[in-house]
Design a protein around this ligand. Sequence first.
Ligand code: SF4
Ligand code: SF4
Length: 511
Amino acid sequence: MAASTSESDDIRKMAHPLEIPRLKCGAMEGLAPFKASPEHQEKLGFPGELVPDWKEKALAKMKELGEKNRAFQVYLDTCVKCGACTDKCHYFLGTGDPKNMPVARQDLLRSVYRRYFTFAGKYFPKLVGARDLTEDVLNEWYSYYHQCSECRRCSVFCPYGIDTAEITMAARDIMDHIGIGMKYSNEIIGKVHDIGNNLGLNAKALRATLEDLEEDLEDETGISVRIPVDEKGADILLITPSADFFAEPHIDGLLGYAKVFHEAGVSWTVSSYASEAANFGLFIGSYEQMREISLRIRKAAQDLGVKRIVFGECGHAWRVGYSFLNTLAGPFDFLDQNYPIPQHIMEFTWDEIQKGTLNIDKSRNDHIRLTYHDSCNVARASRMGDEPGGQFEIPRNVIKAVCNHYFEMDRETTKESTLCCGGGGGLLTDDLMDLRKKGASPRMTAVQQVTEDHGVTHMAAICAICKTQFSKIMPAFGYEMDSIVSVHQLVSNAIILTGQVIDDDEDKSDE
Ligand code: SF4
Ligand code: SF4
């Protein structure tokens, strides 16, 4: 790990993570992700390409969303242009493009809503900033509504609680319904419908992958620790991001879950049918897609006869799981009601640590000086445990139980004020790499500060998207690719399994 910033000039060097940039009008204009092919669109029930009567259809969908989702309409009606949100978006801070100010992003849609659905907008459009829905406006929507990671940071600072993420989701939903979807998210959702996970990993490949991991675990520890698939009658169904099955540092997190379950003495399984925690239906603002994906979890739980559902480390999956799973796919009256439905793996592990089930040697993480990145969807759209703020404290409690050297980043960039990694909300695609790097600058500036102040070498996260984004982005800021770690990777390092023989000379470094 090195602490210096890359000389790459497409990344803004910031003195402070929240330093307000000089305005660069149009800096990100026209940047947009690849569009979904007709095949990927139609698989989700959307038109394959832009429909001839797109304008009428878009306005009809906007009206429908306003009627169905009162919050959406209130958000469009309420903004008083106080300006409190203007400098709160990491994409604005990283790019300087004024259209990445949350209020300006909202206005891309609000101006059209006013023109067609308000008295003043119909008769005095110029006076109230109302504008016609034209092809140029539509292109602007496609570009700037794919420069929002739906992270909700701006909503924390809005005195009216206006949530730009909801407006972005509505805009994407409207665009999908007139035939303009995003390739990355829509293709992935199609794979989940066909195969059960984002990667397109079939049951045979999943089984083979997990068997290999079991062998690796036994080689490392000398203990047989199982990672079961489709095991009927298991107590727990683990729903985890498919990245946990094959990518670093995610795999190390999965090994951590396996060790915790093993030591806790519970039976558990993953499902080859519901082998994905991620639910990109959220990103495209489609409750129908979210529901279809959520129903796979219900079916897997019923088919396998489990008693509990536990979610692995995935930020937006936990947002959908915590906030919507029971509504979309419940009631889960066939599960054991003595446990949260669903439960987060951090809650499970923290319970076991408190019970004293796990034999932990914190010094096994002494080669790491750690900070923690609160993932947006966990921090601002969910909770853990029984106390308010549990989503902030429980991961920190687990980290402090397994690491000796832990340091917080600037308080203005953590917990409810956390800064997005830059790749959330369906933006984790190479066609948006420029935006991803710039959007990560504020967070990475905060990381560099704790490196300068405390010699921090690594950052932990409990979100698959954050981990993937940071393993790509951190090298541009002078860090090694493996400076981003799973929290359960740290748990895995520190656990000594029952019967495991530890060699005193064992190298504790993961470098
Ligand atoms: S939700 Fe997040 S990404 Fe979107 S405008 Fe607000 S701060 Fe920016
Ligand atoms: S903080 Fe809220 S009310 Fe103020 S400009 Fe932003 S969205 Fe509008």
